[in-house]
Design a protein around this ligand. Structure first.
Ligand code: KG4
Ligand code: ZN
Length: 327
């Protein structure tokens, strides 16, 4: 079974193809060059760029694998959550493809997709806990099986990656802040500045990052930006302390066999090391390959594949909903 996944929810245009659990293509066009000038994603520019790129990416993914478009059995497309205009590009493209090929289409939740890319690995045991740490979201999921995801905690304000990006911007680092903060932090002392750990006495699985961002802002206003590596290392340490604390609470609340990570921030090697330290040996930890942490089409294809093999009907029979005659 060949499944294609289309991802356009934010600032990456992604087309992924899998055959059963094997990745055949993972083509991603990043828009970093477009948005870096503004220090953040500009929704209107993002949707225009998706529109310009989606056709070529699709053709590239098909041709590289010497496939014919008729070989596609199932289509998956992210339809939530995300930037409305950007989502519309991917959904329209995927619906057009489904209509043309008369093949089933699945509308996919972007956050479930981030975690489901770990399923391709084949060894996930359920129940599992999943944590998405991305530019737009920070959410815990209790995952009963391949298809049932229950959100059990989320950020009350800024997302984790968004906080990295905003702190990066106020330090004058290039966009996106996340990878640049990680790089600077390698040269710094993580114990040099005591930023406050958010929600220190809360036992909930929700997150809040805006206080930490404000603390870094006040620090920079008071002391300037002379010691950027120390600021980055100290900030990154508090983010890791906070996330690890929440993981410990989650593992006390839920008896699980696997723990899945997903989202762009999961690429951070310091964070990965800290998270590995809090996951006990009897729980399997899954972290996607570097390129599968960021938004991509493979994760969307993966979610569509697992919905399909677990007998979930396609979301919509697109052939019926689009009128065949135009008056
Ligand atoms: O998952 P993703 O591609 O997009 C969303 O779904 O939002 O994640 C992008 C986010 C950005 O905020 C970026 O700064 C962050 O992932 N990121 C990182 C690292 N690499 C990417 N954050 C911290 N450390 C990194 N190495
Ligand atoms: Zn994402």
């Amino acid at each position: 079974m060949i499944v294609i996944g289309i991802e356009t929810s934010c600032d990456e245009t992604g087309v992924g193809i899998i055959e059963e659990r094997k990745i055949m293509a993972n083509i991603v066009a990043s828009q970093e060059d477009i948005h870096s000038v503004y220090g953040g994603v500009v929704p209107e520019l993002a949707s225009r760029a998706h529109l310009q790129r989606i056709d070529n990416l699709f053709n590239l993914a098909i041709k590289r694998n010497k496939l014919k478009i008729e070989d596609i059995d199932i289509i998956g497309v992210t339809n939530r959550p995300g930037l409305k205009g950007s989502l519309l590009v991917g959904v329209s493209f995927a619906c057009g493809l489904a209509y043309r090929l008369k093949k089933p289409i699945y509308f996919i939740n972007h956050l479930h997709a981030h975690l489901s890319v770990n399923f391709l690995n084949g060894n996930v045991e359920f129940p599992a806990l999943g944590l998405v740490i991305s530019g737009g979201h920070t959410s815990f999921f209790y995952i009963e099986n391949y298809i049932n995801f229950k959100e059990v905690g989320k950020t009350l304000d800024d997302a984790c990656g968004e906080t990295f990006d905003k702190v990066g911007r106020l330090l004058g680092l290039p966009y996106p802040g996340g990878p640049n903060i990680e790089k600077e932090a390698e040269k710094g002392n993580e114990n040099s500045i005591k930023f406050p750990i958010p929600m220190i006495s809360s036992n909930s699985l929700d997150f809040s990052f805006s206080g930490l961002k404000t603390a870094v802002n006040y620090y920079v206003k008071k002391y300037g930006k002379k010691n950027i590596p120390d600021i980055c290392a100290s900030f990154q340490k508090v983010v890791a302390d906070f996330i690890c604390k929440k993981i410990r609470i989650a593992l006390k609340k839920y008896n699980v066999k696997s723990f899945l990570l997903g989202g762009g921030v999961a690429r951070n090697l310091y964070l990965q090391k800290r998270i590995k330290e809090v996951i006990p040996d009897n729980i399997k930890l899954f972290i996607p390959e570097k390129e599968l942490c960021l938004d991509n089409g493979v994760m969307v294809a993966s979610m569509a594949y697992f919905l399909n093999i677990n007998s979930i009907p396609p979301d919509q029979n697109i052939i019926k909903v689009i009128p065949t005659k135009v008056r």
